[in-house]
Every structure is written in structure tokens, then in C-alpha cells.
Write a protein that binds this ligand. Structure first.
Ligand SMILES: [Mg+2]
Length: 204
């Protein structure tokens, strides 16, 4: 198996940026990605009413299609990254958890990945159950996904060949110790695509 699994939101698509625009448009407060120190924007939404307003806008048609691609500090975006991983002899699968109760999310995500990242729908898995998807590497910005996936790989004997790459973000920074990651699985924090390429070369 030579397979790299990529998360979409927070790795290829700028979900955080879109959400910060919603918060500014709805509540008049501008935040930066560094202000998002809690998963799901919990520290920025000030009341149950704000939360309800915020999440309702993420259930609308067009959100998944409208997300901007993330371009890293070296100028590398999703298409270049996918190409560079394939050039290293790995197949790329996008494993992405769809927004619940958004009826058009799945279709729009497939279209986005084909158009922006050059990944066809045959290589897109939309599920929150990332831990059942076997691969050598998982790049994800959610430390819980890295931990659960590591345990999933370990449970089927693939732990020694599994490497979790946690895409750095303000909301996952307190998890430097990678708590919950299976002991036989390597976990590394990455900041840009060059770190991912380096890890692939180091752990292949
Ligand atoms: Mg993500």
C-alpha cells in the first residue's frame, strides 16, 4: 500500500476563513485564524443565539462550493500538493467528513476537489469514520481524527506503517503531545506542504 489520505477542510479548503467571514457579517466582529483557539469556533460565538445563527449559515447550499483553496507560505495549493504526492509514488485519497444537514455539501465537495485539487470522485471518501480508511499517511487538522485513525490502523496491524500528520492550527496547538495516538503510530505536526513531503520521504 502506498496511499496518502488528505483531509479537506483546514488542509486544502479554507473552512476557517469562510467561517470568520460569517462571524464578521453576522456579528460585526473580525477575527483572525489565530483567534480560533477552540474547535468549532466555540470561543468566538458568544451566546446560544449566535451559535444557532452561525451554524444555520453552514447548512445552506453553496458553502462547500465557495470555500477558497488554502495556499501555504511557499505558495503551494491543493493541486500542486496532490501532484507532488503522486510524483512520490503515492495514490491520494481525500477523506472528508461532510457537514451534517447540508443537503448539497457532498456534491459540491466532489466538484470542488475535481476542479481545485485535481482529485476525481473515485478518490473521495466522505465520511466521519476516517479511522476505518487504511493508508500510510493521514494529513488532518483535527487531532481527534489523527488519534482515532492511529488506533484504527493499529487495530488492524498497520500501526507501524502509519504516520499521522497534524496540520497546525491555533485550535489544535495544545495537543502537542498527541494524546490518544496509538504507541506504534508516528505522529508529526506539519505547518506547510514541504513538511508533508519531507515526512513522506522520511517514513517511506
Ligand atoms: Mg479538517
Amino acid at each position: 500500500m502506498s496511499r496518502v489520505l488528505l483531509d479537506c477542510d483546514g488542509v486544502m479548503s479554507d473552512f476557517t476563513g469562510y467561517c470568520l467571514d460569517i462571524i464578521e457579517d453576522s456579528f460585526g466582529r473580525r477575527y483572525t485564524p489565530e483567534d480560533v483557539t477552540q474547535w468549532n469556533f466555540g470561543n468566538l460565538l458568544k451566546s446560544p443565539g449566535e451559535s444557532a445563527t452561525f451554524w444555520a449559515q453552514l447548512k445552506l447550499a453553496g458553502v462547500a462550493a465557495a470555500l477558497a483553496p488554502i495556499v501555504d507560505s511557499d505558495g503551494i495549493g491543493p493541486a500542486e500538493a496532490v501532484r507532488a504526492i503522486r510524483d512520490r509514488g503515492y495514490s491520494v485519497y481525500v477523506v472528508t467528513s461532510p457537514m451534517s444537514d447540508n443537503p448539497t455539501w457532498g456534491y459540491e465537495r466532489e466538484e470542488w476537489l475535481r476542479r481545485v485539487a485535481g482529485v476525481e470522485r473515485s478518490n473521495v471518501l466522505q465520511t466521519p469514520a476516517k479511522h476505518v480508511v487504511a493508508g500510510n499517511f493521514l494529513v488532518d487538522d483535527n487531532q481527534d481524527n489523527i488519534a482515532a485513525w492511529s488506533r484504527g490502523m493499529a487495530s488492524v496491524g498497520l500501526g507501524p506503517s502509519a504516520v499521522g500528520l497534524l496540520q497546525d492550527a491555533a485550535y489544535n496547538r495544545e495537543f502537542a503531545a498527541f494524546s490518544g495516538v496509538a504507541s506504534e503510530v508516528t505522529a508529526v505536526r506539519v505547518f506547510r506542504w514541504a513538511d508533508v513531503f519531507r515526512a513522506i520521504e522520511a517514513y517511506s
